[in-house]
Ligand binder design. Structure first.
Ligand SMILES: Nc1ncnc2c1ncn2[C@@H]1O[C@H](COP(=O)(O)OP(=O)(O)OP(=O)(O)O)[C@@H](O)[C@H]1O
Length: 242
């Protein structure tokens, strides 16, 4: 399936393929994402979501494209584990490698905005899982990325913390409007946050849904419920049991 977004955006790839051994994981994927769009990437386990994200992040030299492959230089990646360096304070983790004279001030402000203003000088090991992910999010956004790639960033968090993180991510992203690709297993997370939902299946983008619902979204909205059922069915979940 070839997907053309309304305008040529910061992410543009043509005929991306990737296999491991004899197994094709991504099969000729073509995708355009307009600037500032929030895209959620769904798919069953093993469908290739992380493989696609790694290719977009430029972390996979063996992903093959024919023709265009464009992503912004200023891209941040957020993983399921926070990947903070344990021997550096939280604020030093944020400013590491950041070349701007106001790095400390900007990092402090970013920590404030994720609710970790009082944790600047502590070791990462003293943070809870949710706090670590907030620090990782702060580190990513401090780079003011044009593209934020997030691979199940809330996957390891409990349900309540996850809900808080949804609100936080949405508010922070609204400020600067980077383009976002969020890999998730969670259909509600995709529906609550994104402008567009892609479903990866059999190596291809099998479905491409626009989510034209205003924010904040209600899980009870009829369009939400309908799209939720469609997506769950696509993911092989019996919706009458949900
Ligand atoms: N480095 C690798 N070597 C061999 N096979 C790999 C490698 N990386 C991924 N794969 C295989 O590619 C397929 C897709 O993996 P990928 O991690 O992209 O799926 P996913 O959709 O992100 O899965 P999940 O939702 O379970 O995280 C899987 O079958 C996986 O075993």
């Amino acid at each position: 399936m070839t997907i053309h977004a309304p305008s040529f955006g910061p992410v543009s790839l043509r005929n991306l393929s990737r296999g491991f051994g004899q197994k094709t994981i991504l099969n000729d994927i073509t995708l355009d994402i307009p600037r500032g769009q929030f895209v959620a990437l769904l798919g069953e386990s093993g469908s290739g979501k992380t493989t696609l994200l790694r290719a977009l992040a430029g972390l996979d030299d063996d992903a093959v494209t024919q023709g265009d492959f464009r992503t912004p230089r200023n891209t941040s990646v957020l993983f399921q584990d926070a990947r903070l360096l344990p021997w550096m304070s939280v604020i030093d983790n944020l400013t590491l490698g950041l070349r701007r004279s106001d790095a400390k001030v900007a990092a402090s402000a970013m920590l404030d905005s994720v609710g970790l203003g009082d944790k600047a000088d502590v070791w990462p090991a003293t943070l809870s899982g949710g706090q670590k992910q907030r620090a990782a999010l702060a580190r990513s956004l401090l780079r003011q990325p044009e593209l934020l790639l997030a691979d199940e960033p809330f996957g390891a968090l409990d349900a309540l913390t996850r809900m808080r993180m949804h609100g936080l991510l949405f508010r922070l992203v609204e400020r600067r409007k980077p383009t976002v690709v969020l890999v998730t297993h969670d259909v509600d997370e995709a529906l609550l946050l994104s402008d567009r939902i892609l479903v990866l299946k059999d190596g291809r983008i099998a479905e491409d849904h626009q989510v034209a619902l205003p924010h904040p979204r209600s899980t009870g909205h009829p369009t939400f419920v309908e799209l939720r059922q469609t997506l769950l069915r696509s993911l092989g979940v019996e919706t009458n049991l949900v």
